[in-house]
Design a protein around this ligand. Structure first.
Ligand code: ADP
Ligand code: MG
Length: 420
């Protein structure tokens, strides 16, 4: 598919193709203020396939649930013709790129990098999400040299009633980094599969080799050749064949690495920096506690300019925004993000069906989620047209950015005070 650029989706103008994946394309994009982002757009050829759509949605849902300095942040998700996801842009390429350019990573740096990844993955685990596809290609580096876990495309929610997106028998992901149990039965893995993948990732960073069956290290000692002595026991423990023998959690793996770190030589001067610039400091693990998920607003508005304004204002204020251009898109998003939506903002006049109809359908699907209408019509005009909003809050067009923010905050029961 490859879009004819420039294309505007929500508040973001797509400028250049960054990468073409299996089912999606990733573009560099810019908002009105000139800030850059990465936008992943689901390939229209795949969008009709339920399983692919479900995976794309699961990925954005996983990222929406997470807010951590070591996880790629999603700022908006939308449905405008194509389904898309707006993320922070990681300009420094992936860890795989770094190793391809520079060869094996100095052990101390590899451990620091791994501690950052562990912090991000731990945050995912605390939200009940297993990544299932951790590998150097899926850890991206931002301009400050910070590592960000990306590509939650086959992530799995551990919720007991969650239907698995990977049917038994379809093994998605990359074999070399995949635990033996995930290769056998991808639907029934837990956090320890991610521990295995983290061990395999550390191995790849240290050796610049991709070995397919690292869990056979006990039979083939050559597999761990090149791993510095102090790291061997922790790595063996992370790469244990049997789940029960493995390091039990990412936090435990991080602890092991922190304990070993002082015995590794300092990173040699002249080592290529991660990301664009020199690394600012030796990484401290950025805290294992997950940060609360930001509030999420679903905006249904057919006018692209209005949609853009609302997206920009709410995005700047730190909200995550789901954007829909019409009723069916809104219902799809509401369905995909059930449980994540804190506010519905709905334009009263939408193509196809009135916003009140959409609101009713959404309200039925999402009881208890506050609602805010937008309209350019006067109250009298609405009554004339037979629309009774009762005492539901209404945002009158045209509105200023402050009015959008105030109305949204009030509708969610947040203080709409004078904080900027
Ligand atoms: N937030 C981002 N910033 C910069 N580049 C990105 C970002 N997300 C993805 N990419 C680029 O797009 C590629 C594919 O994205 P990814 O999420 O890994 O999807 P896939 O499932 O196709 O592997 C990445 O390897 C990376 O080069
Ligand atoms: Mg990937």
């Amino acid at each position: 598919m490859t879009l004819q650029l420039p294309v505007t989706l929500g508040a973001y103008t797509l400028e250049a193709l960054l990468a073409k994946g299996g089912m999606a394309e990733v573009y560099r994009a810019r908002d009105e203020a000139g800030k850059t982002y990465a936008v992943k757009v689901l390939d229209s050829a795949f969008a009709r396939r339920r399983a692919v759509r479900a995976r794309f949605e699961a990925e954005s849902r996983a990222l929406l649930a997470l807010q951590h300095p070591n996880v790629i942040r999603v700022v908006a998700v939308g449905q405008e013709g194509a389904a898309y996801m707006v993320m922070e842009l990681a300009e420094g390429g992936s860890l795989a790129d770094w190793v391809a350019r520079n060869g094996p990573m100095p052990p101390r740096l590899a451990v620091d990098v791994l501690l950052e990844i562990c912090a991000g993955v731990q945050a995912a685990h605390e939200q009940g999400i297993v990544h299932r596809d951790l590998k150097p290609e899926n850890v991206l580096i931002d301009a400050n040299g910070r590592c960000k876990v990306a590509d939650f495309g086959i992530a799995k929610f551990l919720a007991p009633d969650e239907a698995s997106l990977t049917r038994t028998g379809t093994v998605l992901g990359t074999f070399a980094y995949m635990s033996p149990e995930q290769r056998r039965d991808p639907a029934h893995v837990d956090v320890r599969s991610d521990v295995y993948a983290l061990g395999a990732t550390l191995h790849a960073l240290l050796t610049d080799r991709t070995e397919t069956d690292l869990f056979t290290w006990d039979r083939d000692p050559r597999l761990l050749a090149g791993v510095p002595e102090p790291l061997v026991p922790a790595l063996q423990h992370a790469l244990a064949f049997a789940v029960a023998d493995r390091v039990p959690s990412v936090a435990a793996l991080a602890e092991r690495l922190v304990a070993v770190r002082p015995s590794l030589s300092p990173v040699p001067a002249g080592t290529a920096p991660l990301g664009g610039r020199r690394r600012v400091h030796a990484a401290e693990p950025t805290g294992m506690g997950a940060i609360a998920r930001p509030r999420t607003v679903l905006v249904t508005e057919d006018d692209p300019t209005m949609r853009k304004i609302v997206a920009l204002v709410l995005g700047d204020a730190g909200y995550q925004v789901l954007l829909a251009e019409d009723g069916p898109s809104a219902l799809k998003l509401a369905d995909a993000y059930a449980g994540f939506i804190d506010l519905l903002i709905i334009d009263l006049v939408l193509p196809g069906e009135p916003g009140t109809y959409v609101a009713t359908a959404l309200g039925r699907a999402r009881p208890g989620v506050p609602l805010l209408f937008m309209t350019g019509h006067s109250a009298e005009r609405l009554v004339q047209r037979g629309i009774d909003l009762g005492d539901r809050p209404v945002l009158k067009k045209p509105f200023s950015p402050e009015q959008v923010l105030q109305a949204a905050r009030r509708a969610m029961g947040e203080a709409s005070g004078s904080e900027s």
